[in-house]
Design a binder for this molecule. Structure first.
Ligand code: BGC
Ligand code: NOJ
Length: 815
């Protein structure tokens, strides 16, 4: 069952009923000012950091599920009836409801008893504010007198404190009102130089800034007293819960439309000019007023929206494809790329499943997110690489997370996730292939942000590899530390205390025994990436050394990391096998099969084939490939959090979507395009749209997990949006199945597509040159013959063109 449809032309998903299985959200803003918005206008906004600079309040896990948002109420003065044009929070019986989630904007439209409302929400590309552009139209055959009430609830900045520290919070709230602008200035008198503003383009009949007054005693957002009685209280918040509400009255003739604009934004003043008049405690508004005025005048709004469209046209224009499969096209051309931008911006911090107060930017997560985004915004990728690298420790290890505001490593969680530093090598390699920006390797970057510790980025990469080599276990395989990619495989934690966090509990084992075959595979992949990089720098000895290290590690995997029919997952703290036929549960894991084959291990001796066939036999379901199987049915102290989940959920045997593209890529290395694409389609959100009642999350973005075969809700997705699934699926489909991938020498074109496809077309902008590629299937195999601007060339890499050439036409015969 569907709850909407794709509008491919406009790059929108159109939701046609408000009661979706879960709130289906979108993101507004792509840099500093960011908002989450659901299909019923729920969500919240923040400036840069969703914990420390939260603008509006949101109640996670509340009932109704999606509580707190960008609300409007309309009230018919003749009948006293009121409703929300976005359905929430009044949940009236709307006619003609649609929500169009687009690239950085959301448009919610509805009609109620002949009053049509359309609200376009978006954040301009360059300014830290969001615009709600409302248009009301009277479709009745008689005039209507309407009241509009707006409502946002301000968060007192630190979202964690806001949700817990009431003995303080209930005293600190402060606002100012000036014309139609409500300023939220809690703590501005003391150490904050920033405030929020909520402005309205229309003359006001009243306003409210104290929640208790607006709602009335014991009333909720579904029936605020001010709205019910049709008149604001003009309340001024002192302490308690500051909010912003404007009251506008208007009369519309039949057929008449009326626009109104609401702005919610963030502004910082220079510390020396905080107050006006100086010496007072009133906000100096002279710095922000021009900005507010520019957008309230209306003339700036449509151009800002056009600019947002252009911004996305440019980003998405870097790679467009036309294939025989609409789900592939839709995800590659629009939604998967879009999700990659969101994960790049937010890592795992703010979604409907990530509360914005927990995790900062993950080291391994951000390095992987970069893989899906680097071609769209290489400059931003460059900065991200340098920021991440600066949180690396001198040992080569890495802080597992860093805070977006300070860019410093998070001490609470520390390091010891032994896979972390290796991902840096992959992201830098991807960046170099995309851009050819070799000088980045000489950028001086500190360790742990410590001044004086700066070393070239290249040395950081070297230390990433050394870190693994310095930590080898009894079989010569990498020690796992706290955990590797699988945060829940905690082989040294041994937690029997329900009050422990598996992620931070002190390690009970000394960590010298438990080894990870997955890290071994990742090491081989990373070392092989570093070889040509070293060579390019003329560091032949380094190149030889990394090559040798990769070969040796690959041999050790073959010797000690092979279980007979597939790659083993790990050795636990007693040296016992994990992910082996010898285990009664968790016999085979997906991660080492994907990673080892991607690293090239087993390609020469059929083991790769065997491993991937075992995946197909034992882990594949109609809803994707499960993480391992059989699922753990009881808690196993020696394995940790993985066995804490009920069977079929999360790391305990769901389809953990992040890992599926590794298998797709591995399948392409075997030349099995049918399988690779079949796996791709099984978890492709668009392909799952017809089963939205089973899948339940948004059909336009990937979720982290889909409940596995052992779960009662097999097929149900959870944790949409912020997942490494976005980047890896993008890489798998674009670079390995469609086969268009950047290399140091040029653009490689080596498709491994389904046998029944007769070809496809693609446009790829690479190093400033536009490649127009058409692939024609001429036989059953995957061999390619390239014709570049009419000239047949050997191999499958289109060499970098001479300076000045901007367009290249590539014809590919595949067979
Ligand atoms: C989740 C993991 C996640 C980890 C992060 C665990 O509870 O299952 O997916 O990576 O928390 O802290
Ligand atoms: C989510 C985390 O963000 C990611 O870092 C981890 O690899 C996966 N969970 C698997 O545990």
């Amino acid at each position: 069952m569907r709850y909407g449809r794709f509008d491919d032309e406009r790059r929108e998903y159109v939701i046609t009923r408000p009661d979706t299985p879960l709130p289906w959200i979108n993101y507004l803003g792509s840099r500093d000012y960011i908002g989450l918005i659901s299909n019923t206008a729920g969500g919240y906004s923040f400036y840069r950091d969703p914990r420390m600079r939260r603008l509006t309040r949101y109640r996670y896990n509340n009932v109704p599920f999606d509580t707190g948002g960008r609300y409007l109420y309309l009230r018919d003065a003749d009948t006293g009836e009121f409703w929300s044009p976005t359905w929430q929070p009044t949940r009236g019986d709307l006619q003609a409801y649609t929500c169009r989630h687009g690239m950085g904007y959301t448009i919610i439209a509805s009609t109620y008893r002949g009053v049509e409302a359309r609200i376009r929400y978006f954040v301009p590309v360059d300014d830290p504010l969001e615009i709600w552009q409302l248009t009301l139209t009277n479709r009745r055959d008689r005039p209507v007198s309407l009241s509009i009430f707006s409502a946002v609830e301000f968060c007192l900045w630190d979202a964690q404190d806001d949700a817990t520290n009431y003995q303080r919070n209930f005293n600190t709230g402060e606002v100012e009102i000036d014309d139609s602008v409500i300023y939220h200035k809690t703590e501005y008198r003391e150490r904050r130089n920033h405030f929020a503003f909520f402005a309205c383009s229309e003359p006001l009949s009243g306003f409210d800034t104290q929640r208790a007054a607006f709602l009335g005693p014991y009333r909720g957002w579904d029936a605020p007293l001010a709205v019910a009685r049709g008149e604001s209280f003009n309340s001024i918040a002192h302490g308690w819960a500051p909010m912003g509400s404007h009251h506008v009255e208007l009369r519309l003739e039949p057929g008449q439309s009326h626009p109104a604009i609401f702005l919610l934004g963030y502004h910082e003043n220079p510390p020396a000019h905080k107050f006006d008049p100086p010496g007072s405690q009133a906000i100096n508004k002279s710095t922000v007023k021009p900005l507010i005025q520019r957008y309230l005048d209306g003339d700036a709004v449509d151009p800002a929206f056009e600019r947002l469209r252009d911004y996305w046209d440019d980003l998405l224009g870097v790679f467009q494809v036309h294939t025989p499969d609409p789900h592939t096209d839709r995800m590659v051309n629009v939604w998967n790329a879009y999700q990659c931008m969101v994960t790049f911006n937010l890592s795992r911090s703010a979604s409907l499943f990530e509360s914005g107060i927990g995790r900062g930017m993950g080291f391994r997560d951000s390095n992987q997110d970069l893989l899906g985004f680097v071609h769209m915004a290489p400059r931003r990728a460059r900065q991200r690489i340098l920021d991440l690298t600066a949180t690396q420790m001198a040992s080569g290890g890495a802080y597992h997370q860093y805070q977006p505001l300070t860019k410093r490593g998070n001490d609470e969680i520390g390091g010891d996730f032994n896979d972390d530093p290796l991902w840096l090598v992959l992201s830098v390699a991807a960046y170099l292939k995309e851009t050819g920006d070799w000088p980045i390797l000489d950028e001086m970057v500190p360790y742990e942000n410590l001044p004086g510790s700066e070393q070239p980025l290249y040395e950081h990469l070297q230390r990433s590899l050394t870190y693994t080599l310095d930590r080898l276990g009894p079989h010569g395989l990498p020690l796992i530390g706290r955990a590797d990619w699988n945060d829940c495989l905690n082989l040294n934690v041994f937690s029997a205390d329900p009050d422990d966090s598996f992620q931070t509990a002190p390690l009970k084992k000394d960590g010298t025994v438990a080894e990870s075959v997955f890290i071994a595979g990742l090491f081989v992949l990373a070392a092989r990436e570093l070889v040509p990089i070293a060579r390019k720098r003329g560091a032949e000895d380094d190149a030889r050394q990394y090559h040798q290290a990769a070969v040796e590690m690959a041999c050790r995997v073959q010797e000690h990391g092979w279980d007979g029919d597939w790659f083993l997952r790990a050795y636990d703290a007693f040296g016992d096998r994990v992910g082996s036929r010898a285990c009664d549960e968790g016999q085979i894991y997906i991660e080492p099969q994907g990673m080892c084959v991607m690293a090239g291990i087993g390609l020469e001796d059929q083991r790769a084939v065997q491993a991937l066939d075992a995946v197909a036999d034992r882990l594949l379901t109609e809803h994707g490939i499960m993480l391992h199987h059989p699922a753990y049915t009881r808690y196993q102290i020696r394995l940790g959090e993985i066995s804490s989940y009920p069977p079929g959920y999360k790391e305990n045997s769901s389809t953990f979507c992040h890992t599926n593209p590794w298998i797709m890529i591995a399948e392409t290395l075997l030349g099995r395009g049918d399988r690779a694409h079949d796996y791709y389609v099984r978890i492709n959100p668009s392909a799952r749209e017809p089963i939205s009642d089973v899948h339940r999350c948004e059909p336009y973005v990937y979720a982290q997990t889909i409940a596995g075969r052992d779960a009662p809700t097999h097929g149900e997705a959870k944790n949409a949006w912020l997942t490494g699934t976005a980047a890896w699926n993008y890489v798998a489909i674009t670079q390995w199945i469609l086969g268009i991938r950047p290399t140091f020498e040029g653009l490689q074109i080596a498709p491994v597509i389904p046998g029944h496809w007769d070809g496809f077309e693609a446009t790829r902008v690479f190093r400033g040159v536009t490649y127009r590629i058409s692939v024609d299937r001429v036989g059953e195999g995957n061999a390619v013959r390239l014709t570049v601007d009419g000239q047949e060339i050997p191999g499958d890499i289109v060499p970098l063109p001479e300076e000045g050439i901007q367009d290249i036409t590539v014809r590919v015969q595949l067979g």
